[in-house]
Design a protein around this ligand. Sequence first.
Ligand code: NAD
Length: 292
Amino acid sequence: MIAKFLDGKVLAQTIRENLKNEVQKIKDTKGSFPTLISILIGNDQGSLSYVASQKKVAEYIGIHYDLVNFPSTIAHNDLIQCILGLNSEARVHGIIVQKPVPSQIDYAKIISSIDPSKDVEGMNLANIGKMILGGNRLVPCTAASVMEHIQSTGVDLRGKEAVVIGRSDIVGKPVIHLLLEKNLTVTVCHSATDPKKLIEHIGRADVVVAAVGKPAFVKGEWIKEGAIVIDVGINKVISQIVGDVEFDVAKNRASFITPVPGGVGPLTVVMLMRNCIEAFKFQRQQGVGVTI
Ligand code: NAD
């Protein structure tokens, strides 16, 4: 079997067009638009390029995007005050704080200070809690991208076996709960999982989500024939970007597989924009966030 490639660029383009139409309708009928504020501290190269891509996608969709760039010396309390100010500004619908942050900044406290309705990364405790209990639409963006890829296969997921490798707060843990919500039977593997058992777990999985951060960690021969394989990993090997799955072998066993690069990554920023639009809609329903 040769797997179908789940092309993240194509999926991202389709969803981006739908979001653009949705924002245009909002502008036409309500005369308002979503606004996303991105906070960057210092000038980390990775963050600068992520911010540039966010701005490009936001503006394409019709979301107003403002970058607030603080020097790397900013005091923790000053950053909190800035966020509290943005929380109370009705024209601001989404707030994202770029990582990494300098050592004087307590990232967890910063995320907690964002109003849950404006937390477009879906990472503050209220939103994580709602995701676990069900019903929250502001879910962490990479996990949302993983789920879009899985659902784009059209496969009936109910009762299927899923294995998530990795339990990070931003990828593994949210994916576990989103898979549960779709009625899969979910096994989680992590750094303390017995390596022999890891192979057994992967071998029975209909859906494999690899978020480990180790190049070609999941061997192709471990994959069950016909499985859906979602590779979240981004690993630099010499000058190449590779995933966590041994792609060349896995693609001959899986039914669907995401390439790296060009799989989960391109959709992540679009999920951020979708969250901003959801935040906008929610705030309008609540009677706040009315823009000019
Ligand atoms: P992380 O380092 O926070 O977590 C890695 C996880 O792998 C941990 O939970 C750990 O328990 C698990 N692990 C480590 N060794 C293991 C082993 N031997 N067996 C089983 N599990 C093991 O990483 P992260 O932030 O979740 O990111 C994972 C990968 O995904 C990285 O390559 C990262 O660059 C990539 N990533 C991609 C996107 C995207 O948009 N495509 C977004 C975030 C992260």
